[in-house]
Write a protein that binds this ligand. Sequence first.
Ligand SMILES: Cc1ncc(COP(=O)(O)O)c(C=O)c1O
Length: 431
Amino acid sequence: MKLLGKTSNADRAKKHLFPAQAQYYDKPLTIVAGDGCQVKDDEGNEYLDAFAGIATNTLGYGNTEVAQAVGEQAKKLMHVSTLYLTDEQLDFAEKVADISPERMTKSFVTNSGSEANEMAAVVARGWKKSADFLALEHAYHGRTLYTVAMAGQSNWRNIGPDMPHVAFVPNPYCYRCPLNLEYPSCEIACAKSAKRVIETATNGAPAAMIAETIAGVGGIITPPPEYFQVLQETLKPFGTLLIADEVQTGWGRLGDGMFGMVSTYNTIPDIITSAKGLGSGLPIGIVITRPELADVFKGPHINTFGGNPLSTTAGSVTLEVIEKQQLIANAKRQGKMLLEGLRDLQTRFPLIGEVRGHGLMIGIELVKDRKTKAYAPDETNRVLQGMKDRGVLIGKGGRFGNILRIQPPLIFSDHDSVEFLRVLSETLSSL
Ligand SMILES: Cc1ncc(COP(=O)(O)O)c(C=O)c1O
C-alpha cells in the first residue's frame, strides 16, 4: 500500500530512471503482484492482463511449477558462466532440439531477444561472408545496434547514424498494402519484391533476411498463409538465409505449434530466434539452427549469463507446462473466441478499421474514418486508458500508435475472453 505523503513512483522514476524507459497510461501503473491472468497495483486495484508483460508471461503469473523449480535451482546453483557446462543448460538444449524442426538441433542461449537476433546476424554473416541484410518495413527486432538497424519503423531507428547495412522489403500489410494491390490477386507481390530489393539495394548477396512471423510492435501485421513460402523461394537463388524472429510468436502463441513460422505458415527457416515467453518471465533468448550454420562461428565467444541454470530451468519447465496443459490448443480456442467477438464489435464501432491476428496474437487497428483509414492514435490511447480504468490491461503498437495489441498469457480462459470483450465494448461505447 502507498503511504500518505510518500513520493509517488512516477516522481521516483523521473529522478532515478532513464527517461527513455517510457511507461503506459496518464499515471504510470506500479504492479506489485500477479496471480494467473490477474495483476494487482500498489493501490490494491486488480486487472485482467491481456498483454502479459509484452507477450511474455506465457503461463500467467505465479505458476507454482516454475516458481518451485527456479527456487530449488537458486539454492543449488545460480550461475557459472558459459566457461562451464551445466546439466540444466544441456537438458534445456535437448528439449529445444526435440521440439524444433528436423535438423535444427543446435542452440545458443542469450539473455534477451535483441541478443539472440544479434547472434543470428553473426552466424549469417559468417555463413554467407556478407554483411548485408534484408528486413521488413514495420519490423522490430530489438534495441542493440544491429537490431535497431533492422527496425522498419522510423520511431525505433532513433539512435543516430552509422548503422549496419539493412535494406527493406515491403511488408505484407494487406490493410494498407504498400504496393496498392489486393490479396489474393496480388500473388504476394510484396514477398517477390525481395528480389528487386536484393538487386538494387544490397551487394547482391545479402547474408540473411530477418522477419517476424507476425510483426508485434509494428501492429500485429499478419501475412497471408502462403507468404513465407513465397518469400523463401524468392530468397533461395541468392543463397540468402531466412531468419524467423519468433520472439513474440514462439512457444505456442499462434495456437498451431511451438513456432509460428513452422506450424502456422508451413515454412522452415534457416535460423529461429526467440525469447520472451520461453522463460516465464526470467530473462532468456535463444538462437536455434542447423549444425552447419552453428558451426561456422568458432568464437571465441562468451556470454556471461547466457544459458544460466536459473533461466534454462525456467525454460525447461515452461515448455513442459505448455505441453502438459495443452496451452497451444487453448491459444487456438481463445484466439478464435476473441477474433469472433472482435469482428462482431467491428460491425458496431466504425472506429475499428481492421481486426487481425492468429491465436493469441491479435491486433485491432483504429481509424478515424474507414474510407480514408486515417490513423487514430488519440482514440487508441483513450481505449488503452479506458480499459485500464475498467480493469483490463492491453498493449498498443504500429508506426503511428493506432493499433491495440491483445497478447495475453496462454492460460487465458473462456471467462477471461468474455470479460475482455465486455470491457472493450463498454470502453468503445464510452468514447
Ligand atoms: C519481434 C521481437 N524481436 C526482438 C525483440 C527484442 O527482445 P528483447 O526486448 O528481449 O531484447 C522484441 C521485443 O519486443 C520483439 O518483439
